[in-house]
Design a protein around this ligand. Structure first.
Ligand SMILES: Cc1cc2nc3c(=O)[nH]c(=O)nc-3n(C[C@H](O)[C@H](O)[C@H](O)COP(=O)(O)OP(=O)(O)OC[C@H]3O[C@@H](n4cnc5c(N)ncnc54)[C@H](O)[C@@H]3O)c2cc1C
Length: 405
């Protein structure tokens, strides 16, 4: 590309959530089953080391309540500038607009790195080519193909931290732009008609969360925020469960149910609504619902519950009220697919970690080849974990490569 760090520039909505203040054990949990691979890299260069390194280059950081760490300036370009000046100070030469096209073994422990107009012969190569999402930032997936040509296994690439499309297009189009906060969203490995709401767990389940795993057919359950889009649903809670959803969709239908009032159980909500409806009998029922959910959601719920929008509370039957409660607690959608890999924040899958030495990041197949960052089969939820994994594995790979020659 024309400059370094284009993905870092757009990260965290250009604020760059560069790491997290969690402990090492909690950090490792965020990467699922491959997290243990990162132990050595994190012991070598972890969040405090990153913060110190940036501090030496004039970047102050601040941690938010949930542990996410950002540059205090709120500007990702400050991070990229600090890193590039660190490189320059240490004599790193950057060649821009010059993609590597291939890497080949060149005999006698050497490798040949080909660009359009040059060939570099070297005993050590660090591949830090990133994933296959947001290709406009430079990570177009070519790194995976080069690693594969060198003999590495590529674990199937899947989108992670990606919005979901639903089959109920008309419904979400009507709700487009609306965000819901403090809701519980639960994904099920079945179609929406087969969702059994009593199976929705009372606590969050999913990657990075201590405690019990969700029981089939529940895939994951998260509380948080979501936003309706013209094609489906996005927002923090959806992004977090998207990889588990993508994996489950390989095996069969997947659906979602939204509990818009997770603080109250079905019975409590039913009683509350009955009292509200009898206290304000002459009010339109959608006016009463608007105290609980945004206006357009109230309209959509009433339609789904079969209640005419112009009914007053005293005209609503007990059966209709029961339907409204069910929709508030169990608003269902069928997932049709995830948005494409190019739109995912992170690529799951990549170079098989069993083929890489976790203490040095050197390939176990090719001496002198080092692999790091998103190119590896490592990915995590939001919170600064993906960048920290890239920084830690990159740091270790760089040091090991320098020491090897
Ligand atoms: C919108 C968005 C927001 C994000 N926000 C966050 C966040 O706030 N916190 C967080 O932790 N993570 C975030 N991520 C994820 C994080 O940015 C990545 O996981 C991280 O940048 C991966 O680092 P990397 O060095 O492995 O790859 P990249 O940062 O993708 O860098 C790869 C580099 O290799 C270059 N390259 C690729 N192929 C070639 C080639 N053939 N020849 C030469 N050069 C090549 C690219 O141009 C690029 O400079 C976000 C991702 C996106 C898309």
């Amino acid at each position: 590309m024309e400059r370094e760090g284009k993905k870092v520039l757009i990260s965290g909505n250009t604020r760059c959530n560069l790491t997290n203040s969690r402990s090492l054990d909690d950090f490792i949990l965020m990467y699922g089953k491959n997290g243990r691979f990162l132990h050595s890299a994190f012991r070598h260069f972890f969040s405090a080391d990153l913060i110190e390194l940036l501090g030496k280059h004039g970047i102050r950081t601040s941690a938010e309540q949930d542990g996410r760490v950002f540059p205090a300036s709120g500007k990702s370009d400050d991070v990229v500038n600090a890193l590039t000046s660190y490189m320059r100070e240490n004599g790193v030469i950057t060649i821009t607009r010059s993609p590597v096209l291939n890497i080949e073994l060149a005999g006698q422990g050497m490798m040949a790195v080909y660009t359009q107009d040059r060939t570099f012969r070297t005993g050590a190569v660090v591949m830090a080519t990133g994933g296959a999402s947001y290709p406009q930032t430079g990570s177009n997936g070519e790194g995976y193909r080069m690693a594969e040509r060198l003999g590495h296994t590529i674990v199937k690439l899947r989108p992670s931290l990606v919005p979901l499309e639903v089959r109920e297009k008309d419904q979400v189009r009507n709700l487009q732009g609306i965000s819901l906060k403090d809701i519980r969203i639960t994904s099920f490995a079945c179609s929406a008609d087969d969702i059994r709401p009593h199976l929705v767990p009372p606590v969050d389940t999913g990657r990075g969360i201590h405690g019990k795993r969700a029981r089939t057919p529940v895939i994951e359950s998260r509380t948080g925020a979501l936003v309706f889009t013209h094609y489906g649903i996005s927002g923090p809670a959806i992004l977090l469960m998207s990889l588990a959803v993508a994996d489950a969709m390989e095996k069969g239908p997947v659906s979602l149910t939204i509990d818009m009032v997770p603080g109250k159980d079905h019975r409590q909500l039913k009683e509350e609504l009955r009292d509200e409806f009898s206290r304000h009998g002459t009010r339109y029922c959608h006016t009463i619902l608007e105290n609980m959910v945004p206006s357009r959601v109230a309209a959509s719920l009433l339609k789904a519950a079969g209640t005419a929008a112009d009914k007053t509370a005293n005209q609503v039957t007990a059966v209709e009220r029961e339907n409204i409660v069910s929709r508030l607690k169990d608003f269902k959608f069928n997932v049709s697919r995830t948005r494409p890999l190019a739109e995912a924040m992170v690529t799951a899958g990549g170079v098989r970690i069993e083929e890489v030495n976790p203490r040095t990041m050197e390939s176990k197949l090719i001496n002198g080849l080092y692999l790091c960052g998103e190119l590896l089969d490592i990915d995590a939820d939001t919170g600064g974990f993906n960048l920290q994994a890239a920084f830690s594995t990159g740091y270790l790979a760089g040091e090991s490569a320098a020491r090897s020659k």
